[in-house]
Design a protein around this ligand. Sequence first.
Ligand code: HEC
Ligand code: HEC
Length: 320
Amino acid sequence: MFRSPKCGAFTAALLMSISPVLIAGPLGIGAPATAEMIAGWDIDIRPDGQGLPPGAGSVADGEGLYEAQCASCHGLFGEGAGRWPVLAGGEGTLDTAHPEKTVGSYWPYASTLWDYIHRAMPYPAPQSLTDDEVYAITAYVLYLNDIVDDDFVLNQETFQEVKMPNEPNFYIDDRPDVVNTRCMANCADPALFEIVTTINGVTPTAHFKEDSGVAANHYGNESSGAESVKVALSDAAVAGESVHAKACNVCHGAGIAGAPVTGDAGAWTDRIAQGMSTLNKHAIEGYVGKNGVMPAKGGNMALSDDEVANAVAFMVESSQ
Ligand code: HEC
Ligand code: HEC
């Protein structure tokens, strides 16, 4: 109960001020959003340019705006200052081990660039740019990526001329949904489930049960598959698996610097034929072979000789 007349007046004022928007409905609260309210949120730009507002901006105008508002983080040429995101460059890197995804190398549609800058940049003051400024800065970032010339002016019409280099590599994934039936009785032992990856060593294997042989099989050779035989690892190899994961996999997982890939039987046949003592010696002392340099203990001198030998056992047993 409000006793104070002041408070009562306040409540009345409050009720009056919100009453025009009260609506009927199951709860009697809320209000339909007005067109104006919706417009504030409805700012997405579609790949075909739908949603772009009227306006225009040139590469030349964009240069000064970019240097003043964006370069401190993204670099004068879009190269990224420090660890801030890189906006330009990276062409031809997508199918390498270190893809550099930038506006030019990766993004399929220029609409995303307009939308993103308009919506979220500059980072400290999102949505502070006018539409013309967004056009100009977008044009300039496209120019930094060699997608438009220095005399380009971006507007609703010229937007249609912009073709992003990586667009053809995007496609609709039309594979059908997979409908798996849930197993309710006599199901397979989860310990024997096999996780197969296309890049050896990238999927973590630490969660596999130690003696299930799954990890060894995971490093899969040609024969891996539904009917493949699970490899049973020796005690030394089981002990070596974690050493391998922490000290050897960085090179031997994906074949970095010429290292034979663990699990690739073809790469190991001749090596295994040298005998374990040679392999252990090479692993412990290091050596220079015809494919590259194997650093002593993989460069991790804190490992004992036994630990390295265990890792070698793991590699060998997983690779035959
Ligand atoms: C204070 C630093 C800062 C400034 C200034 C800044 N940005 Fe950014 N920018 C960022 C950060 C951080 C991200 C990543 C945000 C995220 O991933 O959530 C980003 C992301 C971007 C991206 C997406 C990059 C990608 O590949 O995902 C674009 C494009 C971009 N900024 C453009 C601009 C433009 C244009 C300006 C100037 C109007 C600007 N930024 C100003 C920090 C900044
Ligand atoms: C910096 C990369 C790197 C790391 C880390 C590394 N290796 Fe190697 N390893 C190589 C390269 C390269 C070769 C192949 C050299 C050649 O034969 O040309 C190799 C070859 C080997 C061989 C085959 C030797 C032979 O005679 O054929 C064994 C065994 C081996 N490494 C064990 C290990 C073990 C165990 C570890 C972890 C303790 C490890 N490596 C870590 C790069 C590495």
